[in-house]
Write a protein that binds this ligand. Structure first.
Ligand code: EPU
Length: 425
C-alpha cells in the first residue's frame, strides 16, 4: 500500500495548472471507438483510471499509444472488436460503463460485468440500460453482468432520463450518434464534461444540439471521423488546489481553468473568508494562516450547476477548523463522507447522519494515521492534513492516483511538506 506523509503548518505559495479532466478523458477514450479515423487527446494525465482504460481498449481489440502528454488511437474495423469487457477491468473503475454504447454500436454485442469505482453508495446502471433498450437494444441481466445485443442498427428515440445522470447522458449521447434517425434526450445532465463529450463528437462530425441544457437532440448515422482534441481542464483538481490553499494558508494561483467551471466552490471559499481574485482563466487564492476561516456553512451538493458532489469532502476539510458549525448534504450519493472517520481521528468534531455531514467547527487538527476511503475522500484527508499539527500518515490503497497523477507532488511543488512513499506498509 502506498503511504503519503504530510507535515502540516506550511503555507502554500506558487502557481499550478490542472491537467485534462479525468471525467472527460475517460468517456472520450471510449468514444474514440466510434471514430473512423485516428484520434489524439491532448494533455491526458497519467492516472490509474487512464491506465485501466488503455488496458480495456487493448482487451477489446483497440489500442491507444501515449506520445508524451497526448494519447492517440487508431480506428479499428468492427470485425476486430470484441464486446467482452474483462471483469477485473470492469471492476476497477466506474468508467468501464462508457464502453457499453461504443461496443454495442460497433461490435453488435457487449457484455459488461458490474462496473467498479468509488463506493459512494448504490451506483446502478439502469438508466444507461433503459435508454439503450429504448433504442432497440436487447438487454439481458444475469447475476452482476449485463449483456446487450442489437439486431440491425439502433433507432433514434425520445427518452426521458429519470434523473440527470452524467454517465447515462454520455452513454446515450454516444449511442444516439450511431442510431438511425433523431434522438431526443430529456432530463439530461448538464455538467461541463457532458458538453465536452458533445463537443468532441461534433468535431468528429456528429450532429448534436442542446448539450449543456436538459434537452439534447442528436441526428444520428453520420460517419464519425477522427480528430485531435483538447479536453476541458479538471475542475475538481482545480477545486482541490484551491481547498489546499484555503486549508494551509498562503497564496496560490490556479491557472488554465475558467472560474465558471468551479464557481460554486470559489463562492464557498470566499464566504469562508478566503481572498479569491479572478483574472481570466486564473484564480488567485490567498489566506493568512493566522486568521481562522468562517464556518456556519450549509452546503447542498447536487447536479450541475449546484455545488459539485466531488468537491463536498474538500469543502468539509476546509470547514473542520473554521469558526462555527456547518452541515454538508449530498443529494447524489448516499455514502459521500467516508472520510469523516479520518477527520475525526485528526481531532475534528464531525458525524455522518444519512447523506449529511455535520461539522462542529473550531477544531485544532492534529496529525494521525488515516486511510483514504475513496478518491475525493482521500484528497480531502490530504488537504486537512496540510492544516494539522505534526506529520499525518495517509494510507492510500490506490484511490488518489485514480484521479490525480501526483497530488502529493503537486502540493510539494507549492511548498507543502508532502511525500509519497511507494509500497510502504
Ligand atoms: N444513477 C442511477 N442509475 C443510473 C445512473 C446513475 O440511479 O443508471 C444514480 C447514481 O447511483 C447516483 C446518481 O444517479 O446516485 C448520480 O450518478 P451519475 O450517473 O450522475 O454519476 P456517474 O456518471 O456515475 C460521474 C463522475 C463522478 C461524479 C458524478 C456526479 C465519472 C467517471 N464519474 O459519475 O465522479 O461524482 O458523475 O457528478 O465521470 C469522481 O470523479 O470521483 C467521481 C465519483
Amino acid at each position: 500500500m502506498q503511504t503519503i506523509t504530510i507535515t502540516g503548518g506550511q503555507p502554500l505559495q506558487g502557481n499550478i495548472r490542472p491537467a485534462a479532466a479525468k471525467n472527460s478523458v475517460l468517456p472520450l477514450l471510449a468514444a474514440t471507438l466510434l471514430c473512423g479515423g485516428p484520434c489524439c487527446l491532448r494533455g491526458v494525465p497519467e492516472l490509474a483510471d487512464v491506465d485501466t482504460s488503455l488496458a480495456l481498449l487493448a482487451a477489446v481489440g483497440a489500442r491507444a499509444v501515449r506520445h508524451g502528454p497526448d494519447l492517440c488511437t487508431l480506428p479499428v474495423p468492427a470485425a476486430d472488436l470484441c464486446g467482452e469487457i474483462p471483469p477485473p477491468l470492469a471492476g476497477a473503475m466506474r468508467s468501464s460503463v462508457f464502453y457499453l454504447a461504443p461496443l454495442l454500436c460497433r461490435a453488435g454485442t457487449v457484455r459488461l460485468p458490474l462496473p467498479g469505482g468509488c463506493r459512494l453508495g448504490p451506483r446502478p446502471v439502469d438508466i444507461h440500460l433503459a435508454g439503450l433498450a429504448a433504442m432497440g437494444a436487447q438487454v439481458e441481466l444475469e447475476g452482476e453482468a449485463a449483456t446487450l445485443r442489437r439486431f440491425g442498427p439502433l433507432r433514434g428515440t425520445d427518452f426521458a432520463l429519470r434523473l440527470p445522470s452524467v454517465g447515462a447522458t454520455m452513454t446515450l449521447l454516444m449511442a444516439a450518434c450511431c442510431a438511425m434517425g433523431t434522438t431526443v434526450l430529456r432530463g439530461a445532465a448538464c455538467e461541463p464534461e457532458v458538453c465536452d463529450l458533445a463537443q468532441f463528437l461534433r468535431a468528429c462530425g456528429a450532429q448534436i444540439s442542446g448539450a449543456g441544457t436538459p434537452v439534447i437532440v442528436v441526428r444520428g448515422r453520420h460517419a464519425l471521423d477522427g480528430v485531435a482534441y483538447t479536453p476541458v481542464p479538471d475542475r475538481i483538481a482545480a477545486a482541490t488546489y484551491a481547498a489546499a490553499a484555503a486549508a494551509a494558508g498562503g497564496r496560490v494561483t490556479v491557472e488554465g481553468c475558467a472560474p465558471r467551471y468551479y464557481r460554486a466552490f470559489l463562492d464557498f471559499l470566499r464566504d469562508c473568508g478566503v481572498e479569491v481574485c479572478l483574472d481570466g482563466d486564473a484564480v488567485t487564492l490567498a489566506r493568512d494562516p493566522a486568521l481562522r476561516l468562517r464556518g456556519g456553512r450549509d452546503l447542498y451538493a447536487n447536479a450541475w450547476p449546484a455545488f459539485a458532489t466531488d468537491t463536498a469532502p474538500l469543502a468539509a476539510a476546509v470547514l473542520l477548523e473554521a469558526e462555527g458549525p456547518s452541515v454538508i448534504y449530498d443529494h447524489l450519493f448516499a455514502n459521500r463522507f467516508s472520510c469523516a472517520e479520518g477527520f475525526a481521528a485528526m481531532g475534528a468534531g464531525c458525524s455522518v447522519r444519512g447523506r449529511a455531514l455535520y461539522i462542529a467547527g473550531g477544531a485544532q487538527l492534529r496529525a494521525a494515521r488515516v486511510t483514504a476511503p475513496d478518491l475525493r475522500g482521500g484528497a480531502a484527508l490530504l488537504v486537512a492534513a496540510l492544516a494539522a499539527r505534526g506529520t499525518t500518515i495517509l494510507r492510500d490503497p490506490g484511490h488518489i492516483r485514480r484521479g490525480y497523477a501526483d497530488l502529493p507532488g503537486d502540493l510539494a511543488r507549492l511548498g507543502g511538506r508532502c511525500i509519497r512513499r511507494k509500497n510502504a506498509e
